[in-house]
Design a protein around this ligand. Structure first.
Ligand SMILES: Nc1ncnc2c1ncn2[C@@H]1O[C@H](COP(=O)(O)OP(=O)(O)OP(=O)(O)O)[C@@H](O)[C@H]1O
Ligand code: SF4
Ligand SMILES: [Mg+2]
Length: 329
């Protein structure tokens, strides 16, 4: 495999509100490779969006605080880079499709204006050239009658179409890495499939590294190459998608796989991991998954398991990782 284009190393991010400090992201390590799709998978509140926002430079002001770590894009640590470098990398180096397309678009400007403005400011295009390119980008994300719709406002588009416009904005400057934060969660299943297909097509055309943030295992199975599973702000398991689906090495991943709907499973056979994710304010000293884990041992409540290799390219943060990995626990 070639070198990663983006590497997040030992990232820790906290939020302080009043007396409480929430450690939203702890010691997170991720590598994004050109032309590959990394899925970041985890329940609500596990730190997926905070990780992405930190990469985009959106979390360096209170109440957020980057406690430790680095975000290295193409050899430059963005957390230490000058504002000018940072601004240039955003959009051209790394771009993001935000979780909520409606609030990410400005309601008072037409979509053509919003895409065009980006091209005018960043590429120095003339008004006419920017408009022409905006239409091309809208066509590229398959907006029907793009030449006519370029003058419409965001609210005049359906949810799926708005998401396409967000994608057009994100790829307008040909980024080398695209982060898509739950790009299909609010959409119906057919539209979800179309958006995922669009993202993977764009990735193939441009050789982008794609980071797909999701809690949908079906989406992961379909499009990911590599997977990082997050739980309570930490990565608890990593591996390629085939390996991870074939033999999970963390009880949380196992639980997620067991709860995945499949054609060969009746609806009443569907299983849910008992309990809920812990509060990040006062995390217990041991494994954060311990209260929900059916194979926990005494050590689990006193010592935190580190992310450790179980096989080449596979790692798990579990004291019983070997047994879980080999199906003995
Ligand atoms: N601006 C903020 N101020 C305080 N706490 C925050 C802020 N943003 C996020 N958090 C906290 O950080 C934790 C991780 O949030 P994050 O948004 O990364 O979760 P997520 O994995 O993206 O969840 P979801 O699937 O619901 O989008 C949560 O506990 C959240 O309450
Ligand atoms: S460390 Fe212990 S509690 Fe945590 S997942 Fe592994 S077995 Fe379960
Ligand atoms: Mg999120």
């Amino acid at each position: 495999m070639t070198a990663p284009i983006l590497r997040v190393a030992d990232l820790t991010v906290e939020f302080t509100t009043g007396e409480d400090t929430v450690r939203a992201v702890s010691d997170v390590n991720l590598e994004v490779y050109p032309g590959r799709t990394l899925a970041v998978l985890g329940e609500s509140g596990s730190g997926k969006s905070v990780t992405a926002q930190t990469v985009m430079g959106l979390l360096d002001t209170p109440p957020g605080r980057i406690v430790a770590g680095s975000v290295v894009f193409d050899g430059t640590d963005l957390l230490k880079a000058k504002e000018k470098v940072r601004r240039q990398v955003n959009g051209e180096g790394v771009a993001m499709v935000f979780q909520d397309a409606l609030s990410a678009l400005n309601p008072v400007y037409t979509v053509g204006h919003q895409i065009g403005e980006l091209l005018r400011v960043r590429r120095g295009m003339s008004r006419a050239a920017a408009r022409k390119r905006a239409i091309e980008l809208m066509e590229r994300v398959r907006i029907p009658a793009a030449a006519r719709r370029v003058d419409d406002y965001p609210h005049q588009f359906s949810g799926g179409m708005r998401q396409r416009i967000m994608i057009a904005l994100a790829v307008a400057l040909n980024p080398r890495v695209l982060i898509a934060d739950e790009p299909t969660t609010a959409l119906d299943v057919t539209v979800q499939a179309q958006i995922m297909e669009l993202l993977t097509d764009l990735q193939r055309e441009n050789g982008m590294g794609l980071v797909l943030i999701t809690h949908d295992l079906g989406v992961v199975a379909e499009v990911a190459d590599d997977v990082a599973v997050m739980y309570a702000g930490r990565i608890v398991e990593r591996g390629t998608v085939q390996e991870l689906f074939a033999s999970a090495a963390h009880p949380y991943t196992k639980g997620l796989l067991r709860s995945m709907p499949r054609p060969d499973r009746e609806a009443d056979e569907l299983w849910a991991i008992p309990g809920a994710p812990p509060s990040l304010v006062r995390l217990p000293p041991g494994c954060a998954f311990q209260p929900r884990c059916d194979v926990a041992v005494e050590l689990c409540s006193v010592q935190r398991p580190e992310l450790t290799a179980v096989a080449a390219g596979r790692s798990s943060a579990c004291h019983r990782r070997e047994e879980v990995f080999h199906g003995r626990a």
